[in-house]
Write a protein that binds this ligand. Sequence first.
Ligand code: IPM
Ligand code: MG
Length: 376
Amino acid sequence: MTLTYKIVVFPGDGVGREVVPETVKVLKAARDTVTGFDFDFVEFPCGGKYYLESGKEWPDEAWEACKSSDAVLFGAIGYPGAVKPNGVLAGIDILLGLRFDLDLYANLRPAKLFDGVESRILDKGPKDVDFMVVRENTEGLYVPIRGMLSRGGVDELAVDVRVITRKGTERIVRYAFELCMRRNGAPGDGKKRVTCVDKSNVLDGCRFFRKIYDEIAEGYGKVQRDYVYVDAMTQWMIRAPEHYDVVVTSNFQGDILSDLSSVLIGGMGMAPSANVGERYGLFEPVHGSAPDIAGQRKANPIGSILSGKMMLEWLALKHGDKACERTAAKIEEAVSSVLSEENIRTPDLCYGKYSGVTPSTTSEVGDAIVEKIEKS
Ligand code: IPM
Ligand code: MG
């Protein structure tokens, strides 16, 4: 029996429009090497540029398509000058809206350094960096409980409410422990470890988060507990990445830590992510629309391609689909093999040891990955 997965595709703005087509190309090539499943890709425009052209952030049918999808592939949001009357960047509410409305409570952001990529951090190599930031994705500072107070035409006060709930924390912490059980442990000592990152020395929400972390941890005797305040984490993550296996944290802290972790793996162009819940999944590179390099064929497609790989892993787990699992592994091997040959890479990776390499274009990197997949 062939399972056909309906994949809704939103390239969005800027470099999203360059890296998402490479991802679709790689996914199709990988699918063609196995039997058992197929894709039905349905693409929609969205974002700032679309807003300037149409007055809307996305077409009306797009939401229904997402609701009947098996997964969503997302590019990036943000176009210069595209701002809504309320001051919000056009398209941001699409992304945040999907995270909330599809209840994508877990935002998974792996920091894994590949052979053939130099870490920006001295003396850290592929043997040291392989952890996963599990970012809570449907509460914290991102709840839409916020506002401005204006009196007599003067903006006087702005409030953003940070919400930490029992349900939200239990499910994200449980997700982190379950994920840890499927992984191989921290690179430094091989121990399975879930690190709780919070600011519980000051914030009640964080004390609550940590309390629930402890309750859930009771059920996972094989996993080592670990605690660190978020401010301290910004230096430990860089000084000793080998200590970390799974890192669980609230929404805004996870947003910041995941960008920081990208310096360990060669930069934002290398960072993939998965936003998942019980029913839906949305997969996107961590980088944004990068207007400064958009349209110049310079964007690194690997963050997006690896997000596509995460989509396959998630579909595999959800549907017990072995063909999907093998396909995901093929994509990761192909990426790894292209990088370890050291001659094909976009300009963002041509530094240090690789500063003499002639930079490849976005689609040359995509083509090289496809070629490896076809040979596998
Ligand atoms: C991210 C981004 C988003 C976030 C923005 C674009 C709303 O920074 O995915 O990390 O803050 O979550
Ligand atoms: Mg971010």
